[in-house]
Design a binder for this molecule. Structure first.
Ligand code: C2O
Length: 542
């Protein structure tokens, strides 16, 4: 078992994009950041030095952090931020983990520029469960903002309203020719005819779910969120922020120049959306020059949910699965966007939210507020007064958007504000029904769980009904982020076998800021291998 060492220097880097030069926060001066390579079961040590003026933490998204909760990364959940001038070394093991994941900043909105891929290969000598590809490429989707991201978060929250649209969608950091001054800021992937390539596709965007397609080329999905799937061939996929897909692409078309196209998926009602897209070039060797016409990929329209269902319906785990058949911890969690009364959140609001209120989001009607110390530390050291253990197992009310007029906002739109956690016994077999609801709109939410992957045993439109739902306990996909359908539900199952304090939240950054999260505390089991390790002595202090 070897150890992969990395040095991450968080720093300000001057960058020119969209006709504009400014300093952004990067790791090692790179945007996107460096790729972290490891093999299954490797140890990883990443020394993070913060040379930026901002507090920061790094999260290893999709790494389950088996018995290493202290290194998970979400600020004020498992650690205090690394302050400017300070250093912290993250240490974890890729226990039974292979595939494509990502790392990103997990404080303020800094992950808008501070992100990169994690590539975990199988153990030495272990092949992929598909024909070895000719070559592999990482494709990481992002959003580029001209505004400073800490400022952006502050402005959005203090306005009480929704964020402005991003200034550009990016592919491997490049906006592509659809944006100002970006003809030469376009990602180009050179390919040879008659070969099969493995694309490791990651959505690292702050707030936008995105469709992805390559003109005239099919995608054969072989992995999702770092777990192998039965091969599924489709012409386009949608990735929510935090989702990763490995797909095989065969260059079986007329040699030429094809677009890799990325465009928004926006399922909220009453929102019309411009179909702007970002493109990159997928070009057969010899066809890169401007003389060759580009074939454009047709992206679904911004609210096309059928495309997503086609993928979700076909996504199946490849290998043997270990889905809990019996459940001892059933939870039902609503996910919702709501509006608070203007004065209820912070006194300095401008109240630009719907109906003159303040935009908020909640789970089971609780808008989560981060504590100002590490919640994990508060739990471990039994420091009182920073959180409660009364997150409700069931919602008080599910809003039925199927039968409700779009503009008929209920009177009781207020959510409870609090740092409420749900405590779970070690080894519990958990089922969570995630139900999209909300008092102002419904929307597809990419819900991400830290510390565990989960089986998606079912999903559907409308309100969940146990009589009508049928679950796949045979070969459901094993994910860490699930797009809960707009106005619909998803059912996930997992065994809570990793003691610690685990964040579960919407991976759209603005919804997270609005409170769309909860913390699950998984208690210790019997032996040393079932107990939370001691805190690292060099951990940052608040
Ligand atoms: Cu990638 Cu808590 O997130």
């Amino acid at each position: 078992r070897s150890t992969q060492f990395y040095d991450f220097k968080v720093q300000m880097t001057r960058i020119t994009k969209l006709c504009n030069t400014k300093d952004i926060v990067t790791v090692n001066g790179m945007y996107p950041g460096p790729v972290l390579y490891a093999r299954e079961d490797d140890k990883v040590a990443v020394k993070v030095t913060n040379d930026s003026p901002y507090d920061i933490t790094i999260h290893w998204h999709g790494v389950r952090q088996k018995l290493s909760c202290w290194y998970d990364g979400p600020s004020y959940i498992t650690q205090c931020p690394i302050q400017p001038g300070k250093t912290f070394t993250y240490k974890f093991t890729m226990v039974k983990q292979k595939g494509t994941l990502l790392w990103h900043a997990h404080s303020s909105w800094l992950r808008g520029t501070v992100y990169g891929a994690i590539v975990a290969y199988p153990k030495t000598g272990v092949p992929y469960p598909f024909k070895p590809p000719y070559a592999e490429h990482i494709i990481i989707l992002g959003e580029y903002w001209l505004k400073d991201l800490v400022q952006l978060e502050h402005d959005v929250l203090s306005s009480g309203g929704s964020p402005p649209p991003t200034d550009a969608f990016t592919i491997n950091g490049h906006p592509g020719p659809n944006y100002n001054c970006s003809n030469n800021d376009t990602y180009k992937l050179d390919v040879l005819p008659g070969k099969t390539y493995l694309l490791r596709i990651i959505n690292a965007a702050l707030n936008m779910e995105q469709f992805f397609a390559i003109a005239k080329h099919n995608l054969t999905i072989v992995e999702a969120d770092g777990a192998y799937t039965k091969p599924l061939t489709v012409s386009q996929v949608m990735l929510g922020p935090g989702q990763t897909i490995n797909a095989l692409v065969t260059t079986n078309q007329q040699p030429g120049k094809y677009s890799i196209s990325v465009g928004p998926y926006m399922s909220a009602r009453n929102v019309t959306f411009q179909n702007i897209s970002s493109i990159a070039y997928f070009q057969y060797s010899g066809y890169s020059s401007n003389n060759f016409p580009l074939s454009y990929a047709q992206l679904p329209s911004f609210n096309d949910t059928l495309v997503i269902n086609t993928v979700m319906d076909g996504l199946r785990s490849l290998g043997p699965v270990n889905v809990p058949r019996e459940i001892d911890t059933p939870l039902f969690i609503t996910i919702g966007i709501n509006v608070q009364k203007c004065t209820s959140r912070t006194p300095s609001q401008n109240c630009k939210g719907i109906n003159g209120g303040v935009m908020a989001a909640s789970m089971n009607n609780v808008s989560f507020i981060k504590p100002n110390i590490s919640l994990l530390e508060a739990y471990y050291e039994k420091i009182n007064g920073h959180y409660t253990e009364d997150f409700p197992d069931f919602p008080q009310k599910v809003y039925d958007f199927v039968n409700q007029a779009p503009n008929d906002i209920p009177h009781d739109t207020q959510s409870i504000i609090g740092t409420r956690t749900k405590v779970i016994e070690y080894g519990s077999r958990v089922q969570i029904i995630l139900q999209d609801t909300g008092t102002v709109t419904t929307e597809n939410h990419p819900i991400h769980l830290h510390g565990h992957s989960f089986y998606v045993v079912g999903y559907g439109a409308g309100n969940y009904s146990p009589q009508a739902a049928s679950f796949n306990l045979v070969d459901p996909p094993y994910l860490n982020t699930i797009g809960v359908p707009s106005g619909g539900w998803a059912a996930i199952r997992f065994v809570a076998d990793n003691p610690g304090v685990w964040f579960m939240h919407c991976h759209m950054e603005v919804h997270l800021s609005w409170g769309l999260s909860v913390v699950l505390i998984v208690k210790n089991g019997q032996g040393k291998l079932e107990a939370l390790p001691r805190p690292p002595t060099d951990r940052p202090r608040c």
